[in-house]
Design a protein around this ligand. Sequence first.
Ligand SMILES: Cc1cc2nc3c(=O)[nH]c(=O)nc-3n(C[C@H](O)[C@H](O)[C@H](O)COP(=O)(O)OP(=O)(O)OC[C@H]3O[C@@H](n4cnc5c(N)ncnc54)[C@H](O)[C@@H]3O)c2cc1C
Ligand code: FES
Ligand code: FES
Length: 1335
Amino acid sequence: MTSASKLLFFVNGKEVEESEPDPETTLLQYLRLKLKLTGTKLGCGEGGCGACTVMISKYDPVSKSVRHFSANACLAPLCAMHGLAVTTVEGIGSVKNGLHPVQERIAKSHGSQCGFCTPGIVMSMYTLLRNNPLPTRADMESAFEGNLCRCTGYRPILDGFRTFTKEYCQMGENCCRNQKFIQCNGNGNIEEGLSSELFDSSKFLPPDSTQDPIFPPALRTDKYDQQSLTFMGERTTWFRPSNLQELLELKHSYPDARLVIGNTEVGVEIKLKNMVYKTMIAPTHIEELNQISKDSDGITFGASVTLAVIEETLQEAINEHQEHQTRMFQAVVEMLRWFAGHQIRNVAAVAGNIMTASPISDLNPLFLAAGVTLTVMSKDQGKREIVMDEKFFLGYRKTAVKPQEVLVSVKLPFMQQNEYFFGYKQANRREDDIAIVNAGIQVLFEANSNSIKGMRLAFGGMAPTTVMATKAMKNCVGRKWEDDLVKDMADWLADDLPLPPGSPGGMTEYRRTLCISFFYKFYLSVLMQIRQRLPGIVHSKVPTSHRSATTVFQKDPTKSTQVYEEVASGQPEHDPLGRPLVHLSADKQASGEAIYIDDIPLYENEKYVAFVTSQKAHAKILSIDPSEAMKIPGVVDFISHKDVPGHNMWGGGPTIDEKIFASEKVLCMGQVIGVVVADTQVHAQRAAKVVKVEYEEMEPIITIKEAIEKGSFYEHKSSISNGDLVKGFEMADHVVEGEVNMGGQEHFYLETHAALAVPKGEDGEMELFVSTQNPTETQHVVAECLGVPANKIVCRVKRMGGGFGGKETRNIAFTTPVAIAANKLGCPVRCMLDRDEDMLSSGTRHPFYGKYKVGFTKDGKITALECDIYNNAGHSLDLSGAVMDRALFHSDASYKIPNIRVSGHLCKTNIPSNTAFRGFGGPQGMFIAETWIEQIASTLDISARQVREINMYNEGETTHFNQPLLQCNIKRCWNECLERSDFCNRRKDIDIFNSENRWKKRGISIIPTKFGISYTALFLNQAGALVIIYKDGSVLITHGGTEMGQGLHTKMIQVAARTLKIPASKIHISETSTNTVPNTSATAASASSDLNGMAIQNACQILLERLEPYINANPKGSWEDWVNAAYFDRTSLSTTGFYKTPNIGYNFETNSGNPFNYFSFGVACSEVEIDCLTGDHKVLRTDIVMDVGVSLNPAIDIGQIEGGFTQGYGLMMLEQQKMAPNGFLITRGPGNYKIPGFGDVPGEFNVSLLKGSVNRRAVYSSKAIGEPPLFLASSVFFATKDAINSARLDAGLNGYFQLNSPATPERIRMACQDQFTKMFPEAPKGSYKPWFVEL
Ligand SMILES: Cc1cc2nc3c(=O)[nH]c(=O)nc-3n(C[C@H](O)[C@H](O)[C@H](O)COP(=O)(O)OP(=O)(O)OC[C@H]3O[C@@H](n4cnc5c(N)ncnc54)[C@H](O)[C@@H]3O)c2cc1C
Ligand code: FES
Ligand code: FES
């Protein structure tokens, strides 16, 4: 045994030595702050997004080989890197020295929009290829289970990387399979002028493993593995013992020490639960804890063996042994498929899972059901064995292992032939999500009989520990495996697993139903197997219609097509307009060289702020005491409302109603009270947590329903009436009433709010670098709070790592305190919010509630609609009024409603201020409309499709706000989508499938969207641009729009290139800044290409006119010649451009004028399959036809369609905000808030752009695309409703039912009512305190 005094490891081939590493420092912090390798991003800090993915390589002295694995740098302790090699995105390629093929392909296949997720995804792919140069498509798709992207919808990433896989045809895009996609009208011919090629894979760099960085020869030794380490930090000491004895002695001396292997639990406890562990012991290098051994009873795994290695080993055993022997192993492998992502499984160990004793651990139910044996050891008591049974877990996160003991190994048993074993897990999202409920169930039969000898059932998610259903286990002994067992087992399980309403986790009826549904699945699966094994003995049989209930989830590799119109054959080569030009920052994003706010190099004497936010939803502030915080090393100051030199008030919308720093009162949890300024982020955050605030609590209003009850509304009231409502209802054959809720949605941009304020030291000047969609408003509010005119403040935005509306106003709440701190201290100050802070404080999409009454004829023609729409605005008005206005404008969806009154009400509540989010109220208005459309269909017993067709707008008809629909392509999109999706035939197939399956159901739905383009606030419909031509002919453009991944700058360069008639390569956009283009509108409302494109076109035309004399004088000359001539002739080569949208402006009072410049249209058809027993679903196929006018850039437009659709899918199927009744936000990170992942891409995803659409009202006939596609995802929601309907019909339930959005597994399962759900009727509202409320 030796010991090392220094930490030594390699990063990108270079040796790194650290003599005093702090055990609390993560690898990510070290890479970014110390090594300045900022390509690796911080997206969440809790292992949930993959933005921080790196490759770690380790030499194995036994096999003399190197193991490469992906890992989350945000959870990897720096101290654990001793003797390892780390590769970051910078280590594999760069724009300067050449991209790696992985970087090149994600960029060229349009797989990078905002780019913040891209380096992490690159590193997941790179690691896969290092281990397996020719992976299968399934391997490739699985590699990204731990990565999230909020922009792309994943399809382009998978498409680009599919070129690395075995299945990829060497013919590339010319492959016959691709050609087929264009034969979309079913006539077997390729349609003239259409293309399905968004990139040319023949031009990709070939993979070349010889160029990969080599594993450092200095690490090819067992020297480092054998060294013991001790490192002391500010608060924590880290020990890495090198043998078992040393480990036992350490644990003896420090019984409270935390053992750390993968740090995937401990790291999260430190980061999110503020735990401080004085002593940490890493048992990662103890031989006995890393051994794997087999004997005749089973396989024994050392406690430090990682889950990835367990998976591999068990898979090998499954291949080698008889099927029955490995039934438990099969269940473990299947469970591990859904256990976190690769980055976690590669480092997390089996001991970590058992010893955390989490009630929702995925492995513990399996281990209890199998009765696995643990070996534990301590210095005093030596070795002992423990069988995992109902006595193992003593309480919440407590086990029968004593404090001085360490877990040494875990033995998983082989099974007997008459023994069966299955595992079950239901989560909100299938991939990388924690369980709602999970289970392990084992049954042993008497020899050659279906008589139960013993059964073990263990459940997670039903109590503070994993529990065993002991009563059911006892009562079932001796019973035959026949159908009558199910009812009795259900009753016993219900007794064994009580869960009072309001229990932590909520969803109590669902969770109880799930336990019984799991058993029922188990019953059917075992029945199928024993009938086969013991024919004649078993009498019950599984009806064919029930068989699909037993199949495990399978997802085939995804398929997709993208069809768009090619540019006219005569278009000059250099004219990029209409071509699928790659996002101009894509290469830098893929190589990690693109700079976001927190990547800007540190300034001299720079400080960091951390926020002190309210812990109460509604309270008086009695006192604020920062004295403890001031004692923390590195802390410089505490800043509060007393430090604001100008105004402490601002408003996200037209009303100034919000405080920068709360002073007397707090109005929501997460409201900013002050900031601590310190030398580092770590110190600032530690200090912010100990600032004491005393409150006197007042009653909060949290939900829409509470606000209605208490009459808590903002004054903004808007209403649109048209026609004669009384007459409309008289004309109706039927009148129905209903209501529906649509939940809010967290923006989850990958880059959280971030700002850097740099005081210039002269005249009160300050430069702001902010991740904002709204530099102008940011500039103005900062000027006001500092008490200086706006001309002293410059706000600069290079790019954002996503915005989606969340950075339209809310960034100001975080930028102003940073600026005030910088102003007070006279030094640069920075802040990037942690994910939990961002989710807690920054507001979301508005939750909506709609209450309607609709009249219609017996044919389904709408005659009248009366609808009240409420949104949950939060503690300040922000943009809630405008969001509501848009909801009202879209409350007709795509249908003509002759007599109508729609009214909007803004609920004033004590939650963070809700704000803009892609769609801006439009999707909510349309969702309510599509809900009553479904109710009409259900009432008349006709198809919803028919109701939609009967009422769909025709060309020239006017909306309820009296705007005529010109160039109305909705019906064209509809018919084309019906045809492309083969709707009618698939409808028939689905009906057949449903008649043959009781527990799996399919549904299909086709939904149109009509989206009005323009800001509804008239004055915002203006834009400016500055175009500069330099002497060398290069062109620099600045315009009012910001780049947040949507490809705006790329499109703007295409517009300028077309107008100036020069190649795009001569044009550059560096950033958006308030000192180049002033008084800009936020980049929002989908209108930025329209507005800024026109302003740029205007400026370019002015310049072109100035150049004309020189062109005419030298027609054969080059661009550079003309520019040069103009310069020497003293002609100005720079100008501004301006644009304001003509003929718009609407008056609510008179219901006249046009709120919109024009409309974008689209239609989507989706098919879904649900599991009626669990509520799980998968999207089998989606077809979209979208009208984008003449596309400026089909790759970007298709990217927006797919990304918008995927975000909408999250809104309507996955993303459920959970807030406690006291206003405490439960869903504060990717761990418990699930946005769509790679696994959620529809099995088949076809997008086509409507051919031949021309829009005279926007630049070069294009159409806005950012927001319109989002609502198309409601086709998945309504397809799911269709599937549920079939299940309800089987259960004898006829008629309409309400389904709120999102359609989570809970809602799907509980809507599929059956004998199991009936056992757990919903507790009456008001009889208990719910764990979370419907906002
Ligand atoms: C993004 C993410 C996703 C996740 N998904 C899942 C999931 O799907 N299912 C699931 O079940 N879990 C999940 N987890 C939880 C976690 O990854 C697992 O519990 C994992 O197995 C923990 O292993 P570790 O080695 O990282 O534990 P560590 O964090 O290193 O340690 C965890 C605990 O185990 C104790 N311990 C470790 N070794 C020993 C030993 N030899 N003797 C005694 N005590 C010991 C430690 O003291 C500590 O208390 C997830 C975590 C994250 C961050
Ligand atoms: S930052 Fe590490 S996983 Fe999100
Ligand atoms: S490109 Fe993936 S998060 Fe923006």
